[in-house]
Design a binder for this molecule. Structure first.
Ligand code: CAA
Length: 269
């Protein structure tokens, strides 16, 4: 059953780079530079990382929803901001270091992706945990057409996500993948009709927000380790996290509720 269409709330002020709101236990962030298709400049990325960290430490927030607009999730890093910079300037300001702060967020991040997810937009999408893509999504790493290459993790995360053959094709040719191709390749996990691009992702975030928050966070941590550790290290890490959850009230509640044939009520402790 498709979710009812819920439009994101309009911006109260027109000039905020990131729009922030909460919906129950979901913290919602929306990228808001419509005139440049949500191009990601350093100021915006610093705000995004700061807002995410605020949600990450707020016990009322269990899940983060990150959305762009219907036309564009994000069309890349801001080309105008980089075009005339020297190697030294790029190295010294190291703009992509800020992005690492988003990779360290512990709570699950659901991405609501509609329209363009290109370059840095694709890289930001890959830093999220579950991607809900609208059927109009166009996803790719077109940096090659600018005489450069992905610089915010694209060559690494895309290759891990979809394998060398397709990653090499996408990165060297600069072509975009449709939502269907991205789904088939395992780059996104759900594709929805474009009119539900936001409501479907919000519904998913709300569903996740009802799960035990610590289990969500540790499960996210374990899955991400699969990219970094070898199999036996990853399994050992997973096992320790699994045992750790037995220190939580939510584990007792979840397993008792199952035995008592009722719905578990998790408290986040
Ligand atoms: N940076 C800055 N401005 C951008 C932008 C970007 N990444 N993408 C789009 N814009 C701006 C355009 O310059 C344009 O501004 P003006 O109205 O002032 O001319 C506005 O957004 C609308 O864009 P278009 O008129 O081009 O819209 P379109 O519908 O004809 O095309 C598009 C859409 C195919 C996405 C096209 O805008 C495009 O190709 N954008 C660039 C995509 C790209 O190369 N991204 C990679 C950036 S580099 C990077 O991300 C490095 C990294 O690894 C982090």
């Amino acid at each position: 059953m498709s979710p009812a269409t819920v439009e994101p709330k309009p911006s109260a002020k027109g000039d905020e780079l990131i729009l922030t709101e909460t919906d129950g236990n979901v913290g919602i962030l929306r990228i808001n530079r419509p005139k440049v298709l949500n191009a990601l400049n350093p100021e915006l990325m610093t705000m995004l990382a700061t807002q995410m960290e605020a949600f990450d430490t707020d016990p009322k927030i269990h899940v983060i929803l990150l959305a762009g607009s219907e036309r564009a999730w994000a069309a890349g890093a801001d080309i105008g901001d980089m075009a005339e910079r020297s190697t030294f300037e790029m190295y010294q300001r190291d703009q992509f270091a800020t992005w690492d702060r988003i990779a360290r967020i512990k709570k699950p991040i659901v991405a609501a992706v509609s329209g363009y997810a290109l370059g840095g937009g694709c890289e930001l999408m890959m830093m999220c945990d579950i991607v809900v893509a609208a059927d109009n999504a166009q996803i790719g790493q077109p940096e090659i057409n600018l005489g450069v290459m992905p610089g915010a993790g694209g060559t690494q995360r895309l290759t891990r996500a979809i394998g060398k053959a397709l990653a090499m094709d996408v990165i060297l040719s600069g072509r975009t993948l449709s939502a269907k191709e991205a789904l088939d390749a395992g780059l996104v996990s759900r594709v929805v009709p474009k009119e539900h691009w936001y409501s479907a992702a919000l519904k998913l975030a709300q569903e996740l927000a009802k799960k035990a928050p610590l289990a969500l966070q540790l499960a996210k941590e374990a899955v991400l380790k699969a990219h970094e550790l070898n199999l036996s290290q990853g399994i050992l890490h997973e096992r320790k996290l699994f045992y750790m959850l037995f220190a939580t009230e939510d584990q007792k509640e979840g397993m008792r509720a199952f035995a008592e044939k009722r719905k578990a009520v998790f408290k986040g402790r």
